[in-house]
Design a binder for this molecule. Structure first.
Ligand code: UDP
Length: 357
């Protein structure tokens, strides 16, 4: 995105990626056995309320409207997510109206927690202990490898709590998946005479000098881990093939701690416009663990109590005027795709305005 904006303003750049494909963790490709479009590094659903981001991505490929409806299996029963009136009524075996459910949940929450700091406090304040224990505690412990009392409230704030039957996972007005996959979109973004693409190119091996660097790797990696390693979670995907339809939906979560995976994704359901074409199905059992030196970092862990190493790295990034740190790894933030695009467009604009001064 940055390179595209600069290229359109007449500034040439080189885009490097150590992998042999574009699009980073959004990378999609056709599964060689079935032909199903697979989100190789886990599912990505594009959603935004930012008109300019939506306009930008639509310039480079067709975005097909897609509403994500996640299910979760607890105690041998299937419930809809995010927690909505259907989840509440099924879980408590009731038939409450929106107002009744609201009053019911208000009777379960810890109203005395005024300023929830941790994930757990946020859950107990707004969702209440029974729903938290069933759907969030186990999943979050598996996903992050930490007690939810040590995680920031911001992680839970990603998910709404609804007192109606809306089971749309997101609340944004634009929600879509590219018809030809994310990698096709990124390839078109990079298709400009002002952009040179180098794949299979490790940043550490680059010796050329550039007037400016936009860096989307880990900020700790950029500084050679000199202040220590920031904590990340990595993901493992166990791939399997099945006849027909495996689970009848794209994402099924497994919040129980005894179940060794967090969720199961069935990728043909991310492309419902072509799903019926495939007799077979490809499925991924996804689990999370601490990210080691040779693993792919996916999720930055922002511990509530541990911010000093991050602050020291951030101070260094501010001093380095010739480098702009971008993206989930570059800023060590749990960013969604649309926010990442917005930041990238802003970074390009800021750079261009500095050239004019
Ligand atoms: N979460 C949970 N139970 C679920 C789904 C999500 O406890 O069934 C928590 C979990 O801590 C997760 C966070 O909510 O990391 C954010 O969920 P989201 O679906 O946004 O995660 P992502 O798809 O980015 O992995």
């Amino acid at each position: 995105m940055i390179a595209r904006e600069l290229a359109e303003a007449g500034i040439a750049s080189v885009v490097m990626d150590e992998r042999n494909h574009v699009a980073g963790n959004c990378h999609t490709e056709r599964d060689p056995r079935t032909g199903i479009m697979v989100h190789r590094y886990g599912p990505h659903i594009f959603h935004t309320d930012q008109q300019h981001v939506w306009d930008f991505i639509n310039r480079f490929g067709e975005m097909v409207p897609f509403i994500l409806r996640v299910k979760t299996t607890h105690g041998g029963r299937v419930y809809p997510l995010p927690v909505n009136l259907h989840t509440i009524n099924q879980f408590f075996d009731r038939a409450m109206s929106p107002a009744e459910a609201k009053a019911f949940i208000e009777g379960q929450v810890r109203a005395d927690i005024e300023n929830p700091r941790s994930f757990e406090e946020q859950a107990l304040r707004f969702i209440g202990a029974p729903l938290y224990e069933a759907f969030f505690r186990g999943y979050t412990t598996k996903q992050w490898g930490l007690e939810p009392s040590k995680l920031p409230a911001s992680i839970l704030k990603r998910l709404p709590l609804r007192f109606d039957y809306d089971d749309n996972y997101f609340s944004h007005p634009y929600q879509a998946i590219p018809r030809a996959g994310y990698s096709a979109i990124v390839s078109r973004i990079l298709d400009h005479t002002g952009i040179e693409l180098r794949l299979g190119c490790r940043f550490e091996d680059v010796t050329e000098e550039f007037s400016h660097l936009f860096y989307s790797g880990g900020m700790d990696r950029y500084y050679g881990y000199s202040l220590g390693r920031l904590g990340y979670r990595t993901l493992d995907f166990r791939q399997s093939y099945h006849e027909g339809d495996f689970q009848g939906t794209a994402i099924m979560n497994y919040p129980e701690e005894e179940v060794p995976f967090t969720r199961v994704t069935e990728h043909k359901h991310f492309a419902p416009w072509e799903a019926s074409r495939f007799g077979e199905t490809v499925v991924f059992h996804e689990s999370s663990r601490a990210c080691g030196p040779d693993d792919i970092p996916y999720y930055p862990i922002r511990l509530v109590e541990e911010t000093s190493m991050l602050e020291a790295y951030e101070a260094r990034t501010r001093e380095d005027r010739d480098v702009t740190f971008v993206g989930r790894l570059g800023t060590y933030q749990y960013l969604d795709m649309d926010v990442t695009i917005d930041h990238a467009l802003t970074a390009a604009r800021d750079y261009l305005s500095r050239q004019v001064e």
